[in-house]
Write a protein that binds this ligand. Sequence first.
Ligand code: UDP
Length: 481
Amino acid sequence: MESSKPHAVLLSSPGLGHLIPVLELGKRLVTHHNFSATIFVVASHTSVGESQVLKSSMSPQLCDIIELPPVDISGRLDDDAEIVTVISVMMRESKPLLRSAISAMKQPPTVLIVDLFGSEALEIAEELGIPKYVFMASNAWFIALTIYLPALDKKVKGEYVDQTEPFQIPGCKSLKPEEVVDPMLDRSNQQYSEYLRIGMEFPKGDGILVNTWEDLQRTTLAALRDEKLLGRFANNLPIYPVGPLTRPVGSSTSKDQQLFAWLAKQPSESVIFVSFGSGGTLSYKQMTELAWGLELSQQRFIWVVRPPTVTNSNSAFFTSGNGGDDPSDYLPEGFIGRTNEVGQIVPLWASQVDILSHPSVGGFLSHCGWNSILESITNGVPLIAWPLYSEQKMNATLLTEELGVAVRPETLPSKKVVEREEIAKMVRKIMVEEEGFGIRAKVKELKQSAEKALSEGASSHQALSKFAETFGCVSLADMRN
Ligand code: UDP
């Protein structure tokens, strides 16, 4: 590592939805903006995807990646602690380790960048007297809600989900009560106080980086910068939309050869990819309906399946996800045999970016994690929005009502089982029907808009250059010119 370069230290919280974009941000600072970077990872140590992603990021080694030692949080959580609480406690308990690791660094950091759950670590930067930034690995509307939550907390009486009117967020699309993020579902739960705390800490850095781009969320970004709208809730901080930062195609360590051989034989844009992110799970009844829906649609598909669960829709989030899984145990009888020619069942985990970028893929039924959405848009693939947890209901609304690149079920899948006829109809709409034409065209437009934003001199490249200039970094493109 060359000591003359500014040294960015990044912190990723557990979960692939955080780790992937933080790694990509670190890499981009190194490859395009002449930083050196160290990435501290608070890993869950249980997710098969996490270890795969970490392994593939080691070569070529652009950043120093340091996994913080696991912390024992068992005595600090109630049995029914929700995911936001679990991650918050892990981050809190890891803070002393981070502090000593940073203090022991040969090359002291120039700047600390933390993700949403790392906001408590901003105080370490303060102690060291270095600049500090928060990186929102999701989108600008989610920032808006997060920083406006302390105001909503004062205004709204009773549970958010019991309100009858949408919540007005200055300058942004209003938020329907049924769309609130998971930690807002129950105000007496610890995860609500953790999220509220994050909302208060978020604007305490020196700026906010976000994994979106100017043209995708122009109005919301403008509201975040406008003193009269959300600017004052954002402490009038500079906002840097630097996305879409996505995992590069071909970065998977274990590509399923047989699956890609099958894909290569399918007609262009004829296959729908069905996957619920790193943690999404469905009930047995919903899996049965989905299987029938896919069959009825008569479209080709690849479906990443996980054993059904009764309770949470994010129950695979912290599980190892390998071994002991036989999909014929829980898929409808005969389904695998009947769909053998047109469908591929992949247990637990697939090389998602490689699949979405394949020319045979023409649709994505997704749980609407932000990384999945970006991976779909950057490959020009229209979506069926099937939100399950976290901020995914907001993301689904953004996709359908603002961006026009997705369809969604009439009712929320987390509330009611979506039936086979509706599933088949949605699949046919995005894949082949005339009425899906606009959606397919729109997502191709956004694909181009995303490519453009990242190119030299365009909005996201410029935003990161501007951020880098604060630390005396000249972007590598500017050095060439
Ligand atoms: N992913 C993958 N294979 C899988 C499931 C997920 O490669 O079988 C990757 C996916 O490409 C994405 C990330 O894991 O980059 C999941 O992030 P996202 O924000 O979409 O959802 P989360 O899992 O955090 O809910």
